[in-house]
Design a protein around this ligand. Structure first.
Ligand code: DAH
Length: 341
């Protein structure tokens, strides 16, 4: 068995090297060396077996060791206490460090506004995945393989699976709703979409759309026009005019595009409306019977309308932003300019 001296030497090294970083370290130290079952106590107990002639010397050794162990503990305890006092000594009446508050992104402001306008007339929000399969993005929307309308949108395909695409429009959510929800349905579907476009002021490889879908018995084109007219007056003001132009989308028949009178020049001609007085804001139409059939809905019983608008487009008209790239550059000088509507 190691002599008292040898044991003390080893413990002294340990004590000298000891630097607690937390209260718990110091407490463990106290228990280990100074506790009732600690090392100081254990070594003192060994005094009994020290021969009488060496006791004095051993007692001195032990005492010195005890003082070292206690001294170390006291000095760290003091330091910790001082630190804690200092932490508590914060003057809470001093003004705090200001935390800059962010602003809502202009696209989100417009998306929220679109959604709240339609929620007021009974539309519910629905969302779907951004990675879509061919069926929901194309085929079920009356665009079978090789349908020329697939070329209207430059698609990103997902390399792991030829059946997957980054959705090119939020119309895919229409498909998911008709697939899963009982009729009638009345949904507004905001979300991000992707197209393989070269990035410029007027085009981007990702952007945002808001889709609307209403399917019930006796839904007519007049309902579509009135609903969209209500949207325009809420979004752009009561004196905004609308016009519908015939158009083509595979998933609607008849289809139309809707223009509004230019909100910047009021119709007299400016950059935004390209001197036409009108600004195109969305595509729409009556849900194609083929699409209803794809979801086992009888088009003789149910009809519906759908529309899809670009959130960037509405934001551009509303806030006069003329470069699409600004939306994704994260420049706070740009982002700070928009107030919630
Ligand atoms: N999905 C079309 C697009 O991305 C927009 C659209 C047009 C949606 C007509 C519709 C619709 O729901 O009825 O260009």
């Amino acid at each position: 068995m190691a002599s008292l001296q040898e044991q003390i030497n080893i413990y002294e090294q340990e004590i000298n090297a000891f630097i607690p970083t937390a209260d718990a370290d110091l407490e463990n130290y106290r228990i280990k060396f100074l506790g009732t079952k600690g090392i100081v106590k254990a070594l003192s107990a060994e005094m009994k077996s020290v021969p009488p002639e060496s006791r004095k010397e051993a007692g001195q050794l032990l005492n010195a060791f005890k003082q070292l162990a206690e001294g170390k503990y006291e000095s760290f305890k003091e330091q910790f206490q001082a630190g804690a006092n200092k932490a508590q000594a914060i003057d809470i009446s001093l003004p705090g460090t200001p935390l800059p508050i962010g602003t809502r992104h202009p696209l989100r402001i417009i998306e929220n506004k679109i959604v709240s306008i339609f929620e007021k007339i009974g539309f519910n929000v629905a969302t779907g995945p951004e990675i879509e399969d061919d069926w929901h993005n194309f085929t079920s929307l009356n665009m079978p393989q090789h349908h020329p309308a697939r070329d209207m949108q430059d698609t990103f395909y997902v390399s792991q699976n030829p059946d997957w695409v980054l959705r090119t429009h939020t119309s895919s959510v229409q498909a998911r709703i008709l697939e899963t929800q009982p009729l009638p349905v009345r949904v507004i579907c905001p979300g991000r979409v992707y197209r393989n476009e070269t990035i410029s002021a007027r085009a981007h490889c990702f952007f945002h759309q808001c889709e609307g879908l209403y399917v019930d018995k006796n839904v007519s084109f007049a309902d579509l026009k009135q609903t969209l007219y209500y949207f325009v007056t809420e979004m752009f003001g009561a004196d905004t005019k609308v016009r519908f132009r015939p158009s083509y989308f595979p998933f609607t028949e008849p289809s139309a595009e809707m223009d509004i009178s230019c909100t910047v020049c009021g119709g007299s001609g400016c950059n935004l409306c390209k001197y036409t007085g009108w600004v195109e804001i969305l595509g729409c139409g009556m849900v194609h019977p083929n699409m209803l059939r794809n979801f086992n809905i009888d088009p003789e019983v149910y009809t519906g309308f759908a529309f899809g608008m670009g959130v960037e487009r509405i934001t551009q008209v509303k806030f006069q932003v003329n470069d699409l790239r600004l939306y994704s550059q994260n420049d706070v000088r740009f982002l700070r300019q928009f107030q919630a509507l």
